[in-house]
Design a protein around this ligand. Structure first.
Ligand code: RB5
Length: 157
């Protein structure tokens, strides 16, 4: 079941929880500013500087916020996007996709109903990640045969 916060119900834009590790800090900070300029409500769950941190701690903050319905979607940024996606997917109800192109972002929403996008701060340019996030936040799940498959994912545990 897809949860919707008051933000999405009232203004049509999903609310966003975002976090990074040190490797994704710079791009995360840019994305917070960019998304707010675009009219999104953004909860920045840290970190507050680029000191070395462990990515599972920050992936868990975003995953928990989305899973509990306090935000509609989540954005994660680490060096590759891989570690944070793996960590976020440990939380029940989270479907986190490690995405490096806008087309993958669209498909992660259309086919997988992904609710968290995990980005690479080291291998993907900032402008590309902006395009990825806007595509992710503005693309709907197609349902139908994809819905049955997502139900099978959920049934795995
Ligand atoms: C940190 O060096 C790096 O391992 C992390 O940002 C991420 O890429 C892990 O998947």
């Amino acid at each position: 079941m897809t949860q919707t916060t008051t933000d999405e119900a009232e203004c049509g834009k999903p609310s966003v929880a975002i976090a990074s590790d040190h490797a994704g800090y710079e791009q995360k900070s840019r994305l917070v500013t960019f998304l707010r300029q675009q009219g999104y409500t953004v909860v920045d769950l840290g970190p507050d500087d680029d000191s070395r941190v462990d990515y599972p701690d920050f992936a868990a903050k975003v995953a928990g916020t989305v899973a509990s319905g306090q935000a509609d979607k989540g954005v994660l940024v680490c060096g590759t996007g891989i570690g944070m996606a793996i960590a976020a997917n440990k939380i029940a109800g989270i479907r986190a996709a490690n995405v490096t192109t806008a087309q993958m972002a669209a498909l992660a929403r259309q086919h997988n109903d992904a609710n968290v996008v995990s980005l690479s701060g080291r291998f993907v340019e900032s402008e590309v990640n902006e395009h990825i996030v806007i595509t992710f936040l503005s693309t709907d799940f197609e349902g139908g045969r994809h819905g049955l498959r997502v139900e099978k994912i959920d049934a795995l545990g």
